[in-house]
Ligand binder design. Structure first.
Ligand SMILES: [Zn+2]
Ligand SMILES: [Zn+2]
Length: 294
């Protein structure tokens, strides 16, 4: 079976398409299970903590998340009858100081999967085309990368997340901005992160959005090698689709990459409990075409 564990619907401010459109597509391309992971950004110093209902932005809060989950629960039943397993997740943007709020929020919602991400450093979104330069301009590559992984270490150490997303996403704009310097790897810090990942039982995400952006999966092979050597045993995989065309995109490469690094299983989550599955088969990336008269 094949799964995609990173998907944004139009409830996220930067995404489009409905749950139904994603579910139809998932069945078409041969996915057995998908998990919706809409954004939950909680930084009051920024202007991106919204959730969208019927094209209307609302501040994200527990009520908004409950409404989002009700929408997903209502929509998913008919697809589960058609053989598509639909899970409810959330992608929370982490920054130091948000721990108690994340703890409270995730205790009070019925959620299958809580994915943690670092999108911002010093309240600046480093994976936004509009913002990354404001941070990069003041920080040489090594400093930026060290700061980023310190934040990742805080994220995995707080024990509030089931998985850590797109581990080297700073490369998205960093490759063009910094050139070769972006390949710097703070090995000691990464090994500390992997140790804490193991202690806290966090899964490491293999995110294929990087293939669409910079021609490589997040994280890159050298970091996955370090993870494997450190004994990381839980992986999750997702396309990070923000539109239905990107659902499942790159997953065939992603699954191959996992196998090439010596892994034979990925995790799924229900009520925040992981279950390992053995991926088999291929995503049918190209949609079915109707063959008519030439
Ligand atoms: Zn993200
Ligand atoms: Zn995402």
């Amino acid at each position: 079976m094949l799964v995609d564990y990173h998907i944004h619907t139009a409830h996220s401010t930067d995404a489009k398409n409905t749950l139904a459109e994603y579910c139809e597509r998932a069945l078409e391309i041969g996915l057995a299970q998908i998990c919706f992971t809409n954004h939950c950004e909680l930084d009051k110093e920024r202007n991106d903590n919204f959730i969208v209902f019927n094209d209307q932005r609302q501040p994200i809060d527990q009520k908004g998340i409950e409404r989002l989950f009700n929408d997903i629960n209502r929509g998913r039943e008919q697809y589960e009858q058609n053989g598509l397993d639909v899970r409810i997740g959330i992608e929370i943007g982490f920054f130091p100081g948000i721990e108690r709020q994340v703890d409270f929020l995730t205790r009070n919602i019925q959620v299958d999967y809580v994915l943690g991400s670092i999108h911002c450093l010093d309240h600046i979104c480093i994976d936004s085309s509009k913002e990354f330069e404001y941070y990069f301009a003041d920080h040489p590559a090594q400093v930026m990368i060290n700061n980023y992984y310190q934040a990742i270490n805080d994220l995995v150490s707080c024990g509030l997340f089931d998985a850590v997303a797109h581990l080297d996403v700073y490369k998205k704009y960093g490759i063009d901005y910094y050139g070769r310097d972006i390949t710097y790897i703070p090995e000691d810090l990464l090994n500390l992160i992997f140790k804490n990942i193991l202690v806290k039982g966090v899964a490491l995400e293999v995110n294929t959005a990087g293939l669409r952006r910079i021609g490589q999966i997040y994280p890159s092979g050298d970091i996955l090698n370090l993870a494997k050597t450190a004994g990381i045993d839980r992986l999750v995989i997702g396309s990070d689709a923000h539109c239905v065309e990107d659902l499942g995109k790159g997953l065939n490469e992603g699954y191959e990459c996992i196998r090439n690094h010596g892994y034979s299983e990925v995790c799924t989550f229900k009520n925040r409990q992981p279950t390992k599955i053995r991926p088999a088969g291929k995503v049918r990336e190209k949609p079915k075409t109707v063959i008519g008269n030439p």
